[in-house]
Design a protein around this ligand. Structure first.
Ligand code: MN
Length: 287
């Protein structure tokens, strides 16, 4: 969890650019994160292409998706997607809405997205559909009214991914890193499912496999390992080097024996921290 709102703005802007760099977001799509100190608020960029989002673009909203500070710039018209999901799902702290090329064949055809390989299990065992036509008839397809966002949140239910007919998908996570991992790997799952379908029979994971593999993928170790890779790829794309502070932090986190724990206290002769001791013990057990 970030220490300050400034850190959170930096992390959220970074997440936009990571997910864009992995081919999920393009000129459109957006990511939000709930305010860690006030669950009735969330953060989202101003209306801007995700690959270009900077910390200064991040705006704060209430759960009715009204900006907290009168905006001097344009907000995303589809921000109710975020506000209404945060209202309906207290366990959700981050949301991504996108129209990734990998997901679109499923959104267009109505063929269900299913977890088809171990890393794809991050999407969860099942992804429901939402069709704006069911409740709203002909619309311009954008989710801009609170009742449209609430309807989408109902279709999402307790799941992690909802596929939006003829539009895209919305993904949720317990935190920003889980969301980024799930967004990237559910899109990869979609690519593999479509490719396998062209070869013939698709044999998806069982529900039990999806739950077990999904839990494993979203553990701190695999998430930190993936983040080091994504952060480095983005830094290279943006012309930042290995010495960039985000790259160094991601590298250090992925190197720790227990990435979920606080960094070990670096001390010669001093007391070792509880977290570092725990990490040592669990390392002994697991390997
Ligand atoms: Mn959209």
């Amino acid at each position: 969890m970030p220490d300050t709102v400034a850190d959170l703005r930096r992390e959220l802007a970074h997440a936009y650019r990571i997910v864009a760099n992995e081919g999920i977001l393009d000129a459109f799509g957006h990511i939000s994160v709930r305010h860690p100190g006030n669950p009735q608020r969330y953060f989202l960029s101003r209306s801007r292409a995700p690959g270009l989002v900077e910390p200064a673009d991040i705006m704060e909203y209430d759960l009715d998706s009204n900006p907290i500070v009168p905006p001097t710039t344009r907000p995303y018209s589809e921000r109710v997607i975020h506000g209404e999901i945060f209202k309906a799902r207290p366990d959700v702290n981050a949301v991504c809405h996108h129209h990734a090329p990998a997901i679109m064949p499923f959104a267009i055809s109505g063929v269900p997205l299913q977890p088809v390989f171990h890393l794809g299990a991050a999407m969860g065992p099942y992804a429901p559909f939402w069709d704006s036509r069911d409740e709203f008839g002909d619309t311009n397809l954008l989710v801009v009214k609170p009742e449209e966002g609430a309807s989408l949140a109902r279709a999402l239910g307790k799941h992690s991914v909802v596929v939006m007919r003829r539009h895209g998908a919305t993904i949720v996570g317990g935190d920003l890193r889980e969301l980024v991992f799930r967004t990237i790997y559910s899109a990869k799952n979609a690519e593999h499912q479509l490719a396998a379908h062209m070869l013939g029979h698709v044999s998806p994971l069982t529900e039990g496999e999806a739950v077990m593999a999904g839990g494993l993928n979203l553990a701190p170790g695999p998430v930190s390992r993936a983040f080091e890779y994504w952060v480095r790829r983005l830094a290279e794309r943006e012309g930042r080097g290995k010495s960039d502070s985000a790259v160094r932090a991601a590298e250090a986190a992925a190197r720790r024996p227990n990435p979920g724990a606080a960094p070990a206290v670096k001390a010669s002769g001093a007391k070792t921290s509880g977290a570092a001791n725990k990490a040592k013990k669990s390392r002994g057990k697991k390997r």
